[in-house]
Design a protein around this ligand. Structure first.
Ligand code: FES
Ligand code: FES
Length: 168
């Protein structure tokens, strides 16, 4: 006797309906309830600034803010964010004016290929609001979840230090 996989019945996929508020805009979504926030942002909303690196919670490329706290969007279900405030890198600039952290990354050459940069910037802003940017060592410690394969770490620390200084 042979066995074969049954065709997937789309009706059997558990669906979730929820409102995702991203960068001030509300999106009504109906998706597989297992969809991550990262995939919803990129695939459903076309917000590809947030990057998928490891998809396992170890590289930080997917960092966004939920209710002003930094989170790894690859480890967060989109449906969990119903009614919460999500901010991505696309939401930082003020019109044509970059956010001060974006400007500091440019000034200090804090990126090379740029793939990790959105996650680094979102994490850096989380660092500031957590009050954990008091010294280069502290910055390095609390940015340690954000991996840069190009090794732009020194310049990233310099950019964060500059913005942190402006906050003091
Ligand atoms: S893609 Fe989320 S931590 Fe790497
Ligand atoms: S700038 Fe290339 S991975 Fe960080």
């Amino acid at each position: 006797m042979t066995s074969r996989a049954e065709p997937t019945d789309s009706q059997s996929v558990p669906q979730a309906e929820f409102a995702l508020r991203v960068n001030g805009d509300v999106h009504d979504l109906r998706t597989d309830c297992r969809v991550t926030l990262l995939d919803a942002l990129r695939d459903e909303l076309g917000l590809t600034g947030t990057k998928k690196g490891c998809d396992q919670g170890t590289c930080g490329a997917c960092t966004v803010h939920v209710d002003d706290k930094r989170v790894l969007s690859c480890l967060t279900l989109a449906a969990q964010c119903d009614g919460r405030e999500v901010t991505t890198v696309e939401g930082l600039a003020d019109g044509d004016d970059p956010h001060p952290m974006q400007a500091a990354f440019l000034k200090h050459d804090g990126y090379q290929c740029g793939y990790c940069t959105p996650g680094q910037i979102m994490s850096a802003l989380g660092l500031l609001s957590e009050g954990r940017a008091g010294s280069p060592d502290e910055i390095r410690e609390y940015m340690s979840g954000n991996i840069c394969r190009c090794g732009a770490y020194q310049n990233i620390v310099a950019a964060i230090q500059e913005v942190a200084g402006d906050h003091e």
